[in-house]
Design a protein around this ligand. Structure first.
Ligand SMILES: [Ca+2]
Ligand SMILES: [Ca+2]
Length: 182
């Protein structure tokens, strides 16, 4: 479908309904300039032919896959140069050692190829749970964390350090509550 789109640098595919697509052969073949693909909406349960989906797209270094994409397999032809990691576990190569990546995918994951650039947004002050908005849910989470409650991991602890002293305590909670009620 995008075979040979050599100058293409980005694609918005979030509204693609692929649930009845049976042939994806060479879909992104030779998209030389494409660096990232968000296929989180892709459903591949009806797809029989998947050869070369990512073949000869050497710039591809970020791939987002949803739970209905399934695994990345050798015949997809995804370059494995440098190896791919799951952004949740950036120190572990998840794509095997072959020429083409093989990734076991469950859930929605973002994969980054080593040598690709990881784009991380700076934490937003007060957004303790990392959903890009500061609200009561963040205060609740911080309070739970301060009380050592279970299930209170902080994905963005620096965002909770509102009284910027490098540690988290009740002062930060007080300031956070002020911040979200203003
Ligand atoms: Ca939040
Ligand atoms: Ca603090």
């Amino acid at each position: 479908m995008f075979y040979g789109c050599k100058a293409l640098t980005s694609l918005d595919l979030c509204n693609f309904d692929t649930s009845r697509v049976w042939n994806m052969v060479d879909m992104f073949y030779e998209c030389n300039a494409l660096t990232s693909l968000d296929l989180s909406s892709f459903v591949t349960s009806s797809t029989t032919f998947v050869e070369g989906i990512f073949k000869d797209s050497p710039s591809l270094s970020m791939l987002k896959l949803g739970k209905d994409f399934g695994n990345v397999v050798e015949k997809h032809g995804l370059t494995n140069e440098g190896g791919w990691v799951n952004s949740n576990d950036p120190s572990t190569i998840a794509s095997g050692t072959g020429e083409f990546a093989e990734i076991v995918n469950s859930g929605t994951n973002t994969y980054i190829r080593n040598g690709g650039t990881i784009i991380t947004e700076p934490p937003m002050m007060g957004d303790v749970n990392g959903d890009r908005s500061a609200n009561i849910a963040d205060a609740v989470l911080l309070q739970k964390w301060l009380l050592n409650k279970p299930d209170s991991d902080l994905p963005e602890w620096t965002a909770a350090d509102i009284y910027e002293d490098g540690k988290l305590n009740v002062y930060d909670l007080v300031l956070l509550k002020q911040m979200i009620t203003e």
